[in-house]
Write a protein that binds this ligand. Structure first.
Ligand code: ATP
Ligand SMILES: Nc1ccn([C@@H]2O[C@H](COP(=O)(O)O)[C@@H](O)[C@H]2O)c(=O)n1
Length: 230
């Protein structure tokens, strides 16, 4: 069967990567978490003096952006890809609240997006890829054969993230997570370059009242419909 490109976009913490990873594993496609790439640039910026409080030294980052290499390698223990920043595994460090609170302003910078989109398009040039993010169906792969746009209420998304952090034994505040989810949604939707929006030809999935199993089943159905006619 001919391989296709699958773009899964949507609001923060709504289950995009959960669906994308499951589908990619089942059908033998590559899975790329594009949000992890923006998070890695943010971590680099925090650790290399690009932030002064919340102020960003954009000129310094502009000079250094071409030297920021992001890659993914399968972690045999989790069966999922870990994120590497210039060869170092940063999977855990990019998931902190500090990175979450600084990532949206970094990802609004045009030169950051140009570099990330180029790296993402290179990763997907052979097709057979599931990529999730905010602009995959609109900018990175506008020709993707299957596009999904996922949403759920902010409260349910914050609750899911809160439960996840608690299950990992990490300190978490529901209110802080909810505020971060809402803030990122706002910045992501209102930035000038590639704002978060549903591509006209994307299928809308509101998974507020769906279980992980139900949304997985729905995605498989869409995949089978589209890949069957390629
Ligand atoms: N339908 C669902 N019901 C309950 N929990 C879910 C559902 N879908 C995903 N989750 C859980 O919600 C949390 C967030 O999911 P996930 O990381 O897949 O979201 P995301 O959209 O990729 O987030 P981000 O925007 O931060 O990359 C995870 O703990 C996941 O297990
Ligand atoms: N294609 C994308 C993906 C992500 N972003 C930005 O990164 C932030 C973190 O992404 P998560 O998927 O890990 O939540 C997100 O809030 C966006 O600001 C992006 O701009 N484009």
């Amino acid at each position: 069967m001919k391989k296709i490109t699958i773009a899964i976009d949507g609001f923060s913490s709504c289950g995009k990567s959960t669906m994308a990873k499951d589908l990619a594993r089942e059908v033998g496609y590559i899975y790329i978490d594009s949000g992890a790439m923006y998070r890695a640039v943010t971590l680099y910026s925090i650790e290399n003096g690009i932030f002064d409080g919340n102020d960003i030294d954009t000129e310094k980052l502009r000079k250094e952006i071409r030297n920021i290499r992001i890659s993914f390698r399968l972690n045999p223990a989790t069966g999922r890809p870990d994120t590497y920043l210039n060869g170092v595994n940063v999977e855990n460090r990019i998931r902190t609240m500090e990175v979450s609170s600084k990532v949206s302003p970094i990802s609004a910078l045009d030169f950051v997006r140009t570099e990330m989109v180029a790296q993402q398009q290179a990763m997907g040039k052979e097709k057979g890829i599931v990529m999730d993010g905010r602009d995959i169906g609109t900018t990175v792969f506008p020709e993707a054969e299957l596009k999904i746009f996922v949403t759920a209420t902010p409260e349910i998304r914050a609750q899911r993230r809160y439960d996840e952090l608690k299950a990992k034994g990490q300190e978490a505040s529901f209110d802080e997570i909810l505020e971060n989810v809402k803030q990122r949604d706002y910045i992501d939707q209102h930035r000038d370059v590639s704002p978060l929006r549903k591509a006209e030809d994307a299928l809308l999935l509101d998974n507020t009242n769906l279980t992980i199993e139900q949304q997985k089943e729905w995605l498989f159905e869409q995949f089978n419909k589209v890949s069957g006619i390629q």
